[in-house]
Design a protein around this ligand. Structure first.
Ligand SMILES: Cc1ncc(COP(=O)(O)O)c(C=O)c1O
Length: 409
């Protein structure tokens, strides 16, 4: 069959006239296929899924109940545009209570339909063709993808164990610094589990001034901070002069599907985002924003989420260590990022993807491989387990399958 006339019309950014014809399979599609094969080949073997990166429970009952109440009110029916004052005020209260950060709700906070679209829109405020966004890898790629959509370039800053999973800002070449406009960071980091420190953020602020770049700190995993209390970029002196922080209700408050987050910090950058946003969407449903006010005012919700995933990570790390993995307790996030073994018994692997495929197809254990900066496996503790006994049973079954695999590194 011949191509439709519009095949040649597709933009280069999605592949141009070859759009949809590539044979490459993306990582998550490969995982899905391997899972299907494992289920087909071994229907008797329960799939142990450490690959899911989404909270396993719904939002708090009183928050969902408030959504039900607000959803039917006439006053909530219309476009929310750049957000309602009640939500901005609740964010300001939360930022003050949690981080002692003072924000003007009218000018320094703006909501988004999740933090993903915020990260997608921010490059629209800064990136012209040829401009550079500095981004850590492995990481959440959305700001980088949109940077390239605008004709910009992404300069990758590898997060390596030898650098404590912080980017080597000093190693960025002068030619790149001179074209860089945005530095995108994410702590607690996904997937490495590293938390930021005040000293690191101080270096970032200095770097931003020296090189005249805007800092975007992605705080999506903020409320899962285990090593110490959650640390906001905006807590550090001078942060508001150079950047913004992007928050999400998704993870800490079990509201992934609700699609709500916010950007806060420098008022001019917040306004620039709001201008791009105003031309892209008409805001999140007011009823969702109003229910989220209850969530933000309830300090216990993110604490309970944090306690649960902390407990699960401790059990996972102890079990994997017994099986020969070289892992340590992550400082934050609901992920464990651990070096992928080079071999298991007679099986040798070239990279983490091969390990992950082997574990799924041969042992029905699903993980996510990362090969961007060394070979690592990501285990998520967002698996479904109704209580602690179910968590323990999952650990026992996983240990049974992994034990005796003779890992080599
Ligand atoms: C590091 C990071 N940032 C941002 C997001 C986007 O979250 P949301 O759009 O649900 O707020 C995710 C989601 O997985 C993430 O892991």
């Amino acid at each position: 069959m011949s191509d439709p006339y519009f095949q040649k019309l597709f933009a280069q950014r999605i592949g141009g006239e070859n759009y949809g014809k590539g044979a490459g399979i993306y990582k998550f599609e490969k995982i899905k296929r391997a899972k299907r094969k494992a289920l087909a080949d071994h229907p008797e073997r329960h799939l142990l899924d450490f690959g899911i990166g989404e909270n396993d429970v719904p939002a708090a009952p009183h928050v969902s109940a408030a959504l039900g109440v607000e959803a039917v009110k006439t006053e909530n029916r219309g476009y929310a545009d750049n957000g309602i004052p009640e939500f901005r005020a609740a964010v300001a209260r939360f930022m003050k209570r949690q981080f002692h950060v003072e924000l003007d709700p009218a000018t320094e906070i703006c909501h988004g339909i999740g933090s993903k679209p915020i990260l997608a829109m921010l490059p629209g405020a800064f990136i012209n063709p040829g401009d550079v966004t500095l981004m850590t890898v492995p990481g959440y790629p959305v700001a980088g993808t949109h940077t390239t959509y605008y004709g910009g370039e992404v300069y990758r800053l590898p997060l390596l164990p030898e650098n404590d999973f912080y980017p080597d800002l000093n190693g960025i070449p002068q030619e790149i610094r001179s074209r860089a406009k945005m530095l995108v960071l994410n702590y607690p980091n996904s997937p490495t589990g590293k938390m930021a420190t005040v000293e690191f953020f101080q270096r970032v602020i200095e770097f931003a001034h020296q090189n005249e770049v805007v800092v975007v700190h992605d705080a999506a995993h903020m409320m899962m901070s285990y090593k110490s209390a959650p640390l906001s970029f905006l807590q550090v002196d001078g942060a508001k002069e150079v950047g913004v922080e992007v928050h999400s209700l998704s993870k800490g408050w079990n509201m992934i599907g609700w699609r709500l987050g916010w950007v806060c910090g420098n008022p001019t950058i917040v306004q620039a985002y709001a201008d791009i946003k105003d031309n892209s969407d008409s805001g999140q449903f007011k009823a969702i924003q109003k229910a989220a006010v209850l969530a933000l005012d309830d300090a216990e919700i993110p604490l309970a989420t944090c306690r649960k995933y902390h407990r699960r990570l401790e059990k996972l790390v102890a079990m994997l260590q017994r099986c020969g993995f070289r892992c340590e307790m992550p400082e934050g996030s609901y992920f464990l990022y651990t070096p992928a073994p080079r071999g298991m018994g007679d099986h040798q692997f070239a990279n983490a993807e091969e390990v992950s495929q082997y574990l799924i197809t041969e042992h029905s254990i699903c993980t996510v491989p990362w090969d961007d900066a060394g070979a690592f496996l990501r285990f998520s503790v967002t698996y479904e387990a109704v209580d602690e006994a179910a968590e323990d049973a999952l650990m026992i079954e996983t240990e049974k399958r992994l034990n005796g695999l003779h890992l080599t590194f």
